[in-house]
Design a protein around this ligand. Structure first.
Ligand code: ZN
Length: 328
């Protein structure tokens, strides 16, 4: 068995606000600050370990972005140079659609998980927008607010997206994550979802089974249920939440049998000083684990390859030359 534990650290690249003004088009300050913060940290980690440290960026390229910013590829267009730099440093890129829809009758956003075909449409738009901008398909998918459905998993198969990083084992089903927001449908129950990678059953995408979908699910460790049974079950304990809750979750994933970790942070952690402090503390824990030689920051493909084969190398599906790289 390869001696290093795979750590897939994913950043949800999002606007700083969830319910965007349809006219203001504010900069995504959290994203810029996070990139500026993490690039020197990456260099330090790589110098200390002699190995590449790969981070993963899950991009919002959906209908909410198209409606509020005039184009679904707005972040790629607006922060072109930052993305070039992250690409040049070897990071992974995927899509992070949310299912927000502007409700004309009420003049506000509605997270429309329950509208037939709408989440699938948002995912197809994000996929097409990514493909057009990068010249190669997204390396992974991660839906917003841990929403997933049988129709979405079928769409991932149809789009040949290889990895899903949406499911968060341990969380019961809930109507919505934020009580004040308007939503339809509901967020699935993941209490029986395994904490290891699996191919979702066609009968129930939340569990392994045959016949299976093509996509691999790499579950995200955010539930305190795994580490401390008495904790709050609704919110996803992503990096930026109190570190004294997040670190035990990460630690439990990194030290179990067949250890691996998918951990997530939203880019807005750098818009609030307390969230930043909590994020930095949780990151420092992961960094220490890596620098001590126990783990490695990697892509979903590398993680699965290492877990399956125990080898230190994995094939890359990224083309050597892409439109994004050529103009760098
Ligand atoms: Zn999100």
């Amino acid at each position: 068995m390869f001696g290093k534990v795979p750590i897939v650290l994913v950043f949800d690249v999002e606007p700083d606000q969830r319910e965007l003004s349809p006219t203001n088009r504010p900069d995504w300050l959290g994203f810029k600050r996070l990139v500026n913060w993490i690039r020197p940290r990456r260099r330090q980690i790589e110098q200390a370990t002699g190995r590449q440290a790969t981070f993963n960026w899950a991009l919002r390229l959906d209908e909410q972005i198209a409606h509020a910013y005039g184009r679904a590829d707005w972040p790629l267009h607006h922060d072109h140079e930052l993305f070039h730099e992250l690409l040049a440093e070897g990071d992974g890129f995927g899509i992070h659609p949310h299912a927000w829809r502007w409700d004309e009758s009420e003049d506000r956003w509605l997270e429309d998980h329950g509208r037939p075909g709408w989440p699938e449409h948002c995912t197809r738009l994000a996929h097409a927008t990514f493909l057009k901008a990068f010249g190669w398909p997204p390396e992974f998918f991660r839906h917003g607010d841990r929403f997933l459905s049988q129709g979405l998993v079928q769409t991932l198969d149809a789009l040949a997206i290889p990895f899903d990083l949406t499911m968060e084992p341990g969380h019961p089903g809930v109507e919505r994550l934020a009580p004040h927001e308007r939503t339809t449908g509901s967020i699935p129950d993941y209490t029986a979802t395994p904490t290891y990678p699996f191919r979702p059953s066609k009968a129930d995408f939340r569990r392994p089974g045959r016949p299976a979908h093509n996509v691999w699910s790499l579950p995200v460790a955010t539930s305190c249920e795994i580490a401390t049974p008495a904790s709050q079950p609704v919110l996803s304990a992503v990096l930026g939440f109190p570190a004294d809750r997040v670190i035990p979750i990460c630690h439990a994933a990194l030290t179990r049998d067949d250890p691996f970790l998918v951990a997530v942070a939203r880019t807005d952690v750098f818009t609030n000083p307390d969230w930043t402090t909590q994020f930095e503390a949780a990151f420092a824990y992961l960094e220490q684990f890596v620098v001590q030689g126990a783990g490695r920051f990697c892509s979903p493909r590398q993680a699965l390859s290492w877990l399956e084969s125990g080898l230190a190398h994995s094939p890359s599906d990224r083309h050597a030359s892409t439109p994004f790289r050529r103009s760098a």
